[in-house]
Ligand binder design. Structure first.
Ligand code: FAD
Ligand code: NAD
Length: 480
């Protein structure tokens, strides 16, 4: 007899584990299946995010930031540290421990919520039966009324530069270097290229990033992207836009041939990271006689209820169209669970926070100026630089600004764009404000603690009405 559940979730990443736990909280019998094994060969739920994505990358960003601060900033605080030494093995061990603690936490949450965790590879079959092949190659079958597909995504490979886990690596390989490469090449100046490029550049690598597009971070606000590009360049990230990579030759080093506005170019690196996007894990997820409706890019198509074209089969997270972000997947996991339980739930796709964890951090929610112009919406702009913020000055972290875009007629906040210290945390305030359809004036009338970085958000909102206090120049704005 095969085990029977109300819900089976395939994939224990942020979308899948959240869906499983929420279903269990709502009184459903749940199983969650995940095939990932960590470097010790142990099952490790948490998906890309916890194992080889969000969390290890942030651990390395934190360590490398400390190292850079010790090198460049401590002296001005009157702190002398003598000979600074970098121990990459310890840095990597710490990262791995952070990952283990968190993935262990997911296992505890599964236990506490009575979610049955099945390590192994799942294949969906007819009538919502799910075949699970464990790591000893034993197959069992589970049955459920509902199945949630949350199998996530994996890195895209360049056809002429396959990953070799040594010289030409994906993000997973780039999180695990055991020595700092002297010359590091990165293909793709997207989120991963900038975050992991920052890590290894701070630790001493000479980093060149080759980006095919002419525009730096096309999804971000233009002013913010321009300033970020300049600051990252000053830090030592050599970002080359409009670079079309044509060939790669691996030998003692990796030689990369590309063309740009100046013609044919060639560079040599010790390691090459290919970070040109990710693709959904939709192949092999279902038996051959079954298809949940997959588009030409591999995404599973769903309706507003996350239903696929198969009866009582749903899909969430990186597997479906939309930004590939852990928090977007988690919200979908919550929503699908609540819908299965007969409740109402919706994800606000218009208010997703985007964050790039460089230093300074880049973060935004809502529309950019360009998008508002293209849509013919009248708007007003308020902005405030961190150089005029007391807390940022005390911290010696004054690069960047906050920009608030508000509807010229209703004053409703349509977009908030940040470049600055802790922008990843500050953007949460903007997301809450937008969730409640706040006006710039509402924000202006709100009291913010002093001295805090968040006062820059307050001042930018005040500036929408031309009444920022701590700015030397008042820009007679603004209506665009
Ligand atoms: P995943 O996390 O990919 O999880 C899917 C799980 O399903 C995996 O464990 C996989 O092994 C398992 N699986 C797949 N097929 C099967 C099968 N047939 N049977 C059993 N198991 C299966 N996002 C952010 O929001 N913030 C960040 O800071 C951030 N940083 C990132 C840094 C890096 C280096 C990378 C690579 C990604 C980062 N992301 C970040 C993106 C984030 O990791 C993903 O958006 C998120 O993990 C997607 O969640 P998911 O649950 O849809 O899929
Ligand atoms: P990305 O889409 O962010 O960036 C890929 C970049 O590579 C783009 O700028 C693209 O123009 C460029 N590119 C594509 N093909 C190229 C080529 N042949 N030559 C040169 N450049 C090329 O993808 P990513 O950085 O690989 O990240 C993958 C996903 O992971 C993203 O969707 C992102 O949302 C997610 N992620 C999020 C975070 C975060 O939220 N902080 C961090 C890391 C990853």
């Amino acid at each position: 007899m095969s085990e029977q559940y109300d819900v089976i979730v395939i994939g224990a990443g942020p979308a899948g584990y959240v869906a499983a736990i929420r279903c269990a909280q709502l009184g459903l019998q749940v199983a969650c299946i995940d095939e990932y094994l960590d470097e010790r060969g142990k099952p490790s739920p948490g998906g890309t995010c916890l194992n080889v994505g969000c969390i290890p990358s942030k651990a390395l960003l934190e360590s490398s930031h400390h190292y850079e601060q010790a090198q460049q900033q401590f002296a001005e605080h009157g702190i002398r540290v003598g000979q600074l030494e970098l121990d990459v093995a310890t840095l990597q061990k710490r990262k791995q421990q952070v990952v283990r603690d968190l993935t262990g936490g997911i296992q505890s949450l599964f236990k506490a919520n009575k979610v049955a965790f099945h390590p192994g590879r799942a294949t969906l079959q007819q009538n919502n039966r799910v075949k699970v092949t464990d790591h000893d190659n034993h197959a069992t079958t589970l049955n459920a009324e509902h199945v949630i597909l949350a199998s996530g995504s994996r890195p895209v490979e360049l056809p002429f530069a396959p990953f070799d886990d040594n010289q030409v690596v994906d993000s997973t390989g780039a999180l695990a270097f055991d020595v700092v490469p002297q010359r590091l090449g990165i293909i793709g100046a997207g989120v991963i290229g900038l975050e992991l490029g920052s890590v290894w550049q701070r630790l001493g690598a000479e980093v060149i990033v080759l980006e095919a597009q002419e525009t730096f971070l096309p999804g971000a606000d233009r002013d913010i992207a321009k300033q970020a590009n300049k600051l990252l360049g000053q830090q030592g990230l050599d970002i080359r836009q409009g670079a079309r990579v044509e060939a790669i030759h691996s030998g003692k080093t990796v030689k990369v041939d590309y063309t740009d506005g100046q013609g044919s170019q060639s560079l040599e690196f010790d390691k090459l990271i290919v970070a040109i996007g990710r693709r959904p894990n939709s192949e092999g997820l279902c038996a051959d006689d079954l298809s949940p409706g997959i588009d030409e890019r591999g995404f599973v198509q769903v309706d507003d209820h996350y239903r696929t074209n198969l009866e009582k089969v749903y899909a969430v997270g990186d597997l479906i169209p939309g930004p590939m972000l852990a928090h977007k997947g988690m919200e979908e996991g919550m929503a699908v669970a609540e819908r299965i339980a007969g409740q109402y739930a919706e994800v606000d796709y218009d208010n997703i926070p985007f964050v790039i964890y460089t230093h300074p951090e880049i973060a935004w929610t809502g529309r950019t100026e360009q998008q508002l112009k293209d849509a013919g919406i009248d708007y007003r702009v308020g902005q405030f630089p961190f150089s005029a913020n007391g807390r940022a000055r005390a911290a010696g972290d004054t690069d960047g600004l906050i920009k608030v875009l508000a509807d010229a007629h209703t004053d409703r906040v349509l977009g908030v764009h940040m470049l600055g210290p802790r922008a990843s945390e500050l953007i949460g305030q903007a997301v809450i404000a937008r969730a409640f359809s706040t006006s710039a004036e509402d924000l202006a009338l709100t009291m913010f603690a002093h001295p805090t970085l968040s006062e820059s958000f307050h001042e930018a909102a005040l500036d929408v009405g031309d009444r920022a206090i701590h700015r030397a120049t008042s820009r007679k704005n603004k209506r665009k």
